[in-house]
Structure formats: C-alpha cells, structure tokens
Ligand binder design. Structure first.
Ligand SMILES: [Zn+2]
Length: 321
C-alpha cells in the first residue's frame, strides 16, 4: 500500500462503518420481538446448485439416478430412515413409467399423528413453454423440482441439530412433471401429472398415519408470492391459516399473500384424494393465476433462485415443526 492510497482507505473505512451501522439499525428494527426458526438459505441454495449440476433430472436418466443417490445419501447422513419406493404408473402416452419415490422418516417410526413434508424432485422432460427448438430438452428445474428438495435438505440438517417434538416424514415424489406435453394435440388428462404421489397414495396402510401435510413446489424464485392456493383452502383451511399467520408474524406477509390463489393441480390433490391427508400447497403463482415466464422453459435455472425467498419459506416451514 502506498502512502497516497491511505486517505482513500480511511474514507472507505468511514463509509463501511456508516453502512454497517445502517444495516445494524434496520435489521434490529425488523427483527425486534421475533424469534426466528433456524434455517440457512445458503445451504438450501447449495443443494439446489448440486441438483442442477447433475443436469435435468428426467426420469430414467443418469442425472435422475444421481439425484436419487444424492437425496438418499444426504437424508441418511441427517439421521433419517430412508426408503426408495419403486413402482410403475401409466404415462400420458399409455407407456409403463418407472416411478421412484424417496421416503425419509424422522422421530418415532411407529408413531401416528405424523407431519408430512413433500415435494417433487423430477425435472420435466420437455421445455414445452419455451421456443419450439427446446421441446425435447429437459427443464433445468431449479424452481420446479430442485427448490423444494433444497429447502427440505436444509430442514433435515436442522432437525438433526435439534429434533422436533413432531414425528416428521419427508417424501420426495417422482414424475410429478410428466404430464402431457403442451405440443401433443390431445386432451391433457389431469392424472398424467403427479404420477409419484398417485403411486404413494395407493398404499392404504398409510391411512390415518398423518395429521396433515405441506407440499412445496417452485419456492425459490426472486420476488415469489405465495397465495392461498384454492384446493389447499378447501381441504386444509385451518393449516393454511396457521402457515400464513406464522409467515405474517415473521414479517413475510408480502411473500405469503393473504389473497386467495388459483386452483393448482399438484401432488397435494392425490395425497388428499388417496389417503384423506389435508395438505397445503405452497406454490409460486402470478396474482392473476398462471405461472412465471420461466416455468417449463430453459430459464428455470440458478438465475431464478433467490436466497431471500428460500429463507422465508424455510423459516415458515420450520415455524410449524
Ligand atoms: Zn412443472
């Protein structure tokens, strides 16, 4: 360092001090009287990046197999009892589709009144909302696949550090996004989507095991807003109220909007239909319904992941554990 640069450093130091003071004051104001549940968005973000490094997790691909190994290895390391449940469902084209759901269980494995935390981990094989050239290219699925997994892996780490009084099962559904491609000119049947949760909910011995559930889908985008999804309110209004009021107490009332949301076909439908489990879908939609522009395109990549959104979702889910 030359003598000449010293005043510059002094000035920078002063500015930095002022800046830090400002941050200190504002965050103290925002965090006053609020006990925040522990959650590290950096960790969730890194887990999302790891999944994208495998490539699109299209069922049957190496990337998909790598992702199964990754989730199983992580959940086992965090102390869960893990099973990969394999079966077959019929896809949109009438073909047999292999399905691999990952079930990770925490706490007393024989206890009832469990809490279900679920999300899907597969990537859509077709970027059918993108340019025609990308029809047969898999979606990177940073939000629509990897984000829920990233949040739950971080929650699993937190549960290992401080176990919940609740007995919790995390279920990672496969083949949620295998629904009829938009470029196939036939009627899209709802049951071509959510193949993993349909298979999972066929196991009737699960009936009565869960009090309720939370489904995460597309929970990492910058500026995301979560409205009170229509079917969630129909089947689980008291749990919707619980989640949204916890969000408001944590200062996340802009992200978790109190406005009613559109009806969304998602895994929570089949969890409720097959086993009667009231399940709340926390999903990013536009105020007028529909999904953001990156949905089912190549743009659903790491550029569309924001730690602030992950932090909000992570804290809100942790607040009910
Ligand atoms: Zn999707």
């Amino acid at each position: 360092m030359s003598v000449k640069t010293l005043p510059t450093y002094g000035f920078l130091f002063l500015m930095l001090t002022l800046f830090v003071s400002c941050i200190g004051t504002s965050s103290q104001t925002a965090k006053r009287d609020v006990t925040r549940p522990p959650f590290a968005a950096d960790s969730a973000y890194a887990h999302i990046a790891t999944q994208l490094s495998f490539g699109p997790r299209i069922p049957g691909s190496d990337a998909h197999a790598d992702c199964v190994d990754f989730i199983v290895q992580k959940m086992t390391a965090y102390g869960a009892s893990v099973d990969v449940e394999q079966g077959y469902m019929t896809d949109y084209a009438g073909e047999k589709q292999q399905v691999r759901n990952i079930v990770a269980r925490f706490g007393d494995l024989n206890a009832k009144h469990r809490l279900l935390l679920c999300t899907h981990y597969d990537s859509r094989p077709w970027s059918d909302q993108d340019d025609e050239a990308y029809r047969y290219v898999g979606v990177p699925a940073a939000n629509d696949g990897a984000s829920g997994v990233g949040v739950f892996l971080e929650i699993a780490r937190q549960l290992q550090l401080k176990p919940s009084a609740k007995n919790i099962d995390m279920v990672f559904f496969d083949c949620e996004d295998m629904g009829t491609p938009a470029f196939i000119d036939n009627n899209d049947r709802p049951d071509t989507w959510c193949l993993g949760s349909q298979l999972w909910a066929q196991k009737q011995e699960r009936k009565g095991l869960y009090d309720w559930g939370i489904l995460l889908d597309m929970v990492g985008a910058p500026g995301a807003t979560f409205y009170k999804e229509y079917y969630s309110v129909q089947q689980a209004s008291n749990y919707v109220d619980l989640i949204w009021s916890n969000a408001a107490s944590l200062g996340y009332d802009k992200i978790f909007s109190s406005k009613p949301g559109a009806p969304i076909l998602d895994d929570h439908i089949y969890v409720h239909k097959g086993l009667g489990i009231p399940c709340v879908d926390i999903i990013h939609t536009l105020p007028q319904g529909g999904f953001p522009a990156w949905w089912h395109t190549q743009e659903d990549n790491m550029m569309q992941v924001d730690r602030a959104t992950l932090q909000a979702v992570g804290e809100v889910v942790m607040s009910v554990l």
